[in-house]
Design a protein around this ligand. Structure first.
Ligand SMILES: Nc1ncnc2c1ncn2[C@@H]1O[C@H](COP(=O)(O)OP(=O)(O)OP(=O)(O)O)[C@@H](O)[C@H]1O
Ligand SMILES: [Mg+2]
Length: 448
């Protein structure tokens, strides 16, 4: 008996096309649920895929990353490699090419077609295959190895110390540790130990009781208690004053906090992730950091290599960021010129991925047309001389020196933007409000 003609639904047409495909492929609805799977999928994954199953779970499992979902959520075609857990806990990688189906202009796609590739099933050994891991793109073997250790460490409650230069992705690593941990449903709290004066830092960390100092008009729980049953990210841990380090050590050892002005210890259940841009070991040698606290915090050390040491990642990240900016703004860049790519590859990136993103944002604002050229890039990149304000040592710079390069940087951005604050804020990679506040702090007025 002949079936009635199906409605002309793009998903249905694609599902029919899928059946005639030889290779492993999945068809998804906009919610990333499987609508249809080609016969090859079962052979590739070693299990049947049921319609309605969530594709990121099918591909990456429960506890692992969902890189494809992240890319799909951004609504663009993507090729990437996912790590899939195998029985026995081993990982294998799959190459996934995702194409939107029935996308029309800016309208969201009617679904997705995922082509799966078994040929690179050992791509953890294929050293430069691009991988998206919790918001981090890389093709670098050292980064992939770090992700592997991260995944294993995340499952346990051990303290992790993340080391990496500014803008290299320490916060993303800390969040990945949280998201992959059994505490993922609990809070993730972050505090920058370099950003607050010591007295304030203590009460922000451990809380205070009403009346314990001028201005303490009510009880304050502090971030350790706010992170209870979750993860606490202690950023720039090396900048913690020594007397607070002693208190921190007590907290780690007793798993209790004593609020400022209080006397009773309060139990806290927190997983610690600390980060530093400098070597803690060196800070210990210099006498500015307690060795006993360092050993407590760096049970599992994770090192993020600087961008300049990750061959290939500048080109990979440039392509990804250009894709993203194309979706966001007025300019559409189809191609990055070889000259621009060469300049980007030569530059030492003291501000790492954040600086790369800012440079590309700048190029999108400054240049025009479908080709991003060397002339669109910020002068420090084409001249190869990094902007001093981004130098990794900036945290240690005394405050009286801090203002000068920052003020110069803002001034330059304003000049480049022809006095337009929205443009200047884009160039600097900050919000308009932040720019306005910084201009006020430095007593700057927009020229023109
Ligand atoms: N591998 C990557 N792929 C894509 N984006 C990245 C990657 N690494 C970092 N980023 C982006 O770069 C920016 C800086 O990352 P992040 O805030 O995690 O760095 P950080 O090491 O904590 O910097 P800082 O020391 O200044 O606090 C963010 O916008 C982040 O999303
Ligand atoms: Mg950070």
């Amino acid at each position: 008996m002949k079936r009635p003609a199906p409605p002309a639904d793009p998903l249905h047409i694609a599902a029919l096309a899928l059946e005639s495909l030889g290779g492993p492929a999945l068809l998804l609805d906009p919610a990333l649920r499987v609508v249809a799977a080609s016969p090859g999928v079962e052979g590739l994954l070693g299990e049947a895929v049921r319609p309605g199953a969530l594709a990121p779970r099918v591909l990456c499992g429960d506890s692992l990353d969902r890189p494809i979902a992240e890319a799909l959520a951004a609504g663009r075609a993507v090729t990437g490699t996912v790590l899939r857990p195998r029985r026995g806990g081993a990982l294998r990688s799959l190459r996934v090419r995702a194409t939107p189906v029935g996308a029309d202009g800016d309208a969201p796609p009617a679904g997705w077609l995922l082509l799966l590739d078994a040929q690179e099933a050992l791509a953890l050994d294929a050293p430069d295959a691009p991988l998206l891991f919790h918001g981090m793109w890389t093709g670098d073997p050292a980064m992939k190895q770090m992700f592997h250790v991260l995944q294993r460490a995340a499952r346990r409650d051990v303290p992790v110390l993340v080391r990496g230069e500014t803008g290299a992705g320490k916060e993303l690593v800390a969040r990945a540790l949280h998201d992959l941990s059994p505490r993922a449903r609990g809070p993730f709290k972050a505090i920058n130990c370099a950003a607050l004066p010591p007295s304030l830092l203590e009460s922000e960390l451990f809380g205070h009781v009403k009346g314990s100092f001028t201005g303490a008009s009510r009880d304050h729980a502090g971030i350790f208690r706010a992170a209870d049953r979750g993860t606490l990210f202690l950023d720039e841990i090396a900048e913690t004053p020594l007397d607070l380090q002693a208190k921190l050590l007590r907290v780690v050892e007793t798993r209790t906090v004593i609020p400022v002005g209080g006397s009773e210890p309060i139990a806290v259940n927190v997983r610690l992730v600390a980060a530093t841009h400098q070597s803690l070991r060196r800070a210990v040698e210099l006498g500015s950091f307690r060795a006993d606290l360092m050993y407590r915090l760096r049970v599992v050390p994770l090192f993020i290599p600087p961008l300049r040491a990750r061959a290939g990642d500048v080109a990979l990240l440039t392509a990804r960021i250009v894709d993203e900016l194309n979706g966001a703004g007025e300019r559409n860049v189809a191609r990055v010129s070889p000259g621009a790519l060469a300049a980007l590859a030569r530059y030492p990136w003291p501000g790492n991925v954040r600086e790369l993103r800012n440079a590309l944002q700048y190029a999108f604002v400054i240049g025009e047309g479908p080709v991003l050229t060397e002339a669109d890039l910020p002068p420090e990149i084409t001249s190869g001389e990094p902007d001093e304000a981004l130098a990794p040592a900036r945290v240690n710079r005394p405050p009286e020196l801090e203002g000068t390069p920052e003020a110069q940087r803002i001034q330059r951005a304003l000049e480049r933007a022809g006095g337009n604050r929205t443009r200047a804020a884009k160039i600097l990679g900050v919000s308009r409000v932040t720019l306005w506040r910084q201009m006020r702090e430095h007593g700057l007025a927009a020229p023109g």
